[in-house]
Design a protein around this ligand. Structure first.
Ligand code: ARG
Length: 579
């Protein structure tokens, strides 16, 4: 039981202090007086510790908050909270004007820069980008909810040698990306880019002279030649049309100013290298600027360095990430750097973080964490591919999820119009995809199984959404908007279990925030919906025995719904009022 109840325990002759010491645990400090007195008693009676505990228990004053207290093994006391305390605590939450349902702000909030949703320019988004976006969005919202200042950074891949090829092709085939702004859909934008990419690649591979021109174009780009940069910008803009259409489909708000891709750190790269070389953190090796690590070796036993600057003078992924760290620590004043990136990039981040530590950019005041996520697998347990062995396009996947969900909604819908079915279908389908992604701990691989995801039974978002919609329908029928709690009533076991679980919302959110673990929240919400279901099965609401009981049960329904709604919102999932 959490803070709310603790506040209300009467301390006195026996209990000196009582505090929450973790989910489900209370720490009780017995007064010295009680100990000495009990010890004296115990000594006199030659009692063992168990009897001693029993002695303490006997002397705890039960009453408004504690109904019963008993020894439940050596060193453990079992405390039963009164029904009254449960309902009163929840009533306090419900009337909390901040609407936070009792969730306190974290003790020492700081600034977190979260790096997530980082697709690559001129390339399709795939399921890996989906995971980063979904997990990142949820973690950001959870952290923000507990008071952390969040800076979002979408580190898109918008720089590199492939742009030489693309730009050169566009120069030689002008008008390929011509269209009036806003006229093109995300899908069209991507297919334009894809066409250009394939055509330029084919030319690059077959035509030596084009290859030379493309390479020269890279030099122009890096030198900041205005014409070249303008064309590069065209590719970035076209890609953004596509990205935003996908984020939109994902029902996710991404702000343009937060898109600071690899190119955003170009001005810092030289200095980053200079600082690393001057401090001796990086050394020249075969013409390249490298950082070495004792424990990182290749299969041949030779050390594998982090290459900060290539022997041809080019900068890579590492130089950009190291510069981004400097920006995030020194300009954005971050206390925590969080990277929601595929586990397959773990070695890169390990080396980058260690380099930044050696350079003194990261120290005790600033932590850097890769929130590494696992691979999305197909139903067969192998990395997710189409039948033709190609990477699955994210958009196709989302469309299929929406289609399946719409079928489920349609089947259950009694009074929904076609437009409503389409809207709910999207909310249920996208919710299903997000929930499946969030409900296993991020570092594990997970199977992308649409049948399971949109199933009405089991640990799915649809199950939670239906629980929510069912409650709303009861509340509509009752015609109450703010049902009144009745702490004077005796509760059934199902009501007690539900009430106690609702009370755990605050500590669950705190835990999910501290551990960057949205799956703790999904597990909590699933249990909440399950406990609600058994409450609903066992306890008639509108047909309860007395008007007071009807109200009290409506109150429990309402606060369950509000908790579901808030929890799902933190996961980025909608809770439709009707389903
Ligand atoms: N764009 C990269 C990819 O698609 C992910 C970027 C991750 N963030 C970073 N700061 N390196 O794999």
């Amino acid at each position: 039981m959490a803070a709310g109840v603790v506040e209300r325990v009467v301390t006195g002759d026996v209990i000196k202090e009582i505090e929450v010491s973790g989910p489900g645990f209370l720490n009780i400090t017995i007064t010295d007086k009680a100990i000495i007195e009990t010890l004296a008693l115990a000594k006199k009676a030659k009692a063992n510790p168990r009897e001693l505990a029993a002695g303490v228990v006997e002397r705890v004053v039960t009453g408004d908050v504690i109904k019963e207290i008993e020894v439940s093994g050596p060193g453990f006391l079992n405390i039963t909270i009164t029904d009254k305390a449960i309902i009163e605590t929840l009533a306090q939450r419900a009337t909390d004007a901040t609407g936070r349902l009792g969730v306190p702000f974290a003790d020492n909030p700081g600034t977190t820069v979260i790096d997530y949703a980082q697709p690559n320019v001129a390339k399709e988004m795939h399921v890996g980008h989906l995971r980063s976006a979904v997990i990142g969005d949820s973690v950001a919202q959870i952290l923000e909810f507990v008071g952390e200042t969040l800076v979002r950074r979408h580190h898109i891949g918008d720089w590199g040698t492939q742009f030489g090829m693309l730009i050169q092709y566009l120069i030689e085939h002008p008008h390929e990306l011509d269209h009036k702004e806003g006229e093109v859909s995300g899908e069209e934008a991507m297919s334009n880019l894809d066409r250009l990419y394939k055509a330029s690649r084919a030319l690059f591979d077959s035509d030596e002279q084009f290859k030379t021109r493309a390479r020269r174009r890279v030099v122009d780009l890096q030198a900041g030649d205005p014409e070249t940069l303008a064309l590069w910008q065209k590719f970035v803009d076209e890609s953004k049309i596509y990205f935003f259409s996908v984020f939109d489909k994902l029902d996710m708000e991404i702000q343009d100013p937060d898109i600071v891709g690899e190119s955003g750190y170009n001005d810092m790269l030289d200095e980053t290298c200079r600082l690393l070389e001057e401090s001796g953190v990086a050394v020249r090796s075969e013409g390249a600027l490298c950082v070495f690590f004792d424990d990182i070796k290749g299969p041949d036993g030779n050390p594998v360095p982090l290459i900060v600057k290539k022997s041809d003078g080019g900068y890579g992924y590492a130089a950009t990430d190291l510069s981004a760290i400097r920006d995030r620590v020194f300009n954005l004043k971050a206390n925590s750097l969080l990277y929601v990136v595929d586990a397959r990039q773990s070695l890169h981040f390990k080396m980058v973080f260690e380099t930044a530590r050696r350079a003194g950019w990261l120290n005790g005041d600033t932590k850097a964490v890769q929130l590494a996520f696992g691979t999305v697998l197909g139903k067969d347990g192998k990395p997710f591919k189409t039948r033709e062995g190609e990477t699955v396009r994210l958009v196709d996947l989302l469309d299929e999820a929406i289609e399946r969900a719409s079928a489920v909604v349609r089947e259950k819908a009694q009074d929904l119009s076609e437009m409503e079915i389409a809207e709910r279908g999207a909310q249920v389908g996208i919710g299903a995809v997000k929930y499946a992604d969030l409900s296993t701990s991020a570092n594990r691989d997970y199977k992308f199984d649409l049948d399971q995801m949109v199933s009405l039974n089991g640990d799915t978002s649809v199950y939670l959404q239906y629980a929510y919609a069912r409650i709303q329908s009861i509340l509509r029928k009752a015609g109450t908007t703010e049902p009144v709690a009745h702490p004077e009533l005796e509760l059934t076991d199902a009501e007690r279990a539900l009430g106690l679980h609702i009370d755990r919302f605050a500590e669950t959110v705190a835990e999910a925030a501290a551990e960057y673990a949205p799956h703790k929240l999904t597990a909590y919400l699933y249990q909440l919906a399950s406990l609600y279901t058994s409450f609903y099965d066992k306890c008639p609401v509108l047909k309860a025995d007395t008007p007071a009981q009807v109200e009290n049960r409506l109150f429990l329904c309402d606060i369950t719904a509000r908790t579901l709604h808030q929890g799902m919102a933190l996961l980025g999932i909608r809770t439709p009022e009707r389903l």
